[in-house]
Design a protein around this ligand. Structure first.
Ligand SMILES: OCN(O)CCCc1ccccc1
Ligand code: NI
Length: 183
């Protein structure tokens, strides 16, 4: 099982490296990686398991964060209707997005960042995304709200981008153009 010690922290070069397209059919190693990443998120959101293994709660995890350059990330979170989203996105792409932006009013955090970095992180408010599942099935989804924000946060990791790269350096809380905040 993935533990906090397996999650690399800022300063590790893999967080600044672009992950590589995953070939299908997946190797057993890639399948195991995908399963372990999703299981980490489930474990981290279970108070007993998280407490027992000292896991930081997360709604997403990208392969770079466990020092792997497979182009994949896991998401495990509820959308605003309380629907459980739980999947591993392989070779994910944003195929289109809204003009409108959004940002978490409380800012973002990251399992690979052991400090608070405050400020608004501009994100597309709505995204249409495509990715492959572990079985090689092509998925297309329209996301908004926290799922949209999380998808973009994870996709950034696969491109070596950290959330704070997107915060306005001069004024971290400067107004984001064309945006509606996400509380
Ligand atoms: O990359 C995963 N991660 O470090 C865990 C937190 C993910 C996250 C996603 C959206 C907004 C805030 C935090
Ligand atoms: Ni992160």
């Amino acid at each position: 099982m993935i533990l906090m010690d397996d999650i690399i922290r800022e300063g590790h070069p893999t967080l600044r490296t672009k992950a590589e397209e995953v070939k299908f059919p997946l190797t057993d190693e890639a399948k195991q990686l995908a399963e372990n990443m999703l299981q980490y998120l489930i474990n981290s959101q279970d108070p007993e398991i998280a407490d027992k293994y000292d896991l930081r709660s997360g709604i997403g995890l990208a392969a770079n964060q466990i020092n792997s350059l497979h182009r994949m990330f896991a998401l495990h979170l509820k959308d605003e209707n309380g629907e459980q989203l739980s999947f591993v996105a392989i070779n994910p792409k944003v195929v289109s997005h809204s003009v409108e932006n959004t940002y978490l009013t409380g800012g973002e955090g990251c399992l690979s960042v052991d400090r608070n970095v405050s400020g608004y992180v501009p994100r597309h408010a709505r995204v249409t995304v495509k990715f492959k599942t572990v079985d090689g099935e092509e998925k297309k989804m329209r996301l908004k709200g926290l799922p949209a924000i999380a998808f973009q946060h994870e996709l950034d990791h696969l491109n070596g981008i950290m959330f704070y790269d997107r915060i306005n350096e001069k004024n971290p809380f400067a107004e984001i153009p064309d945006s509606k905040p996400y509380e």
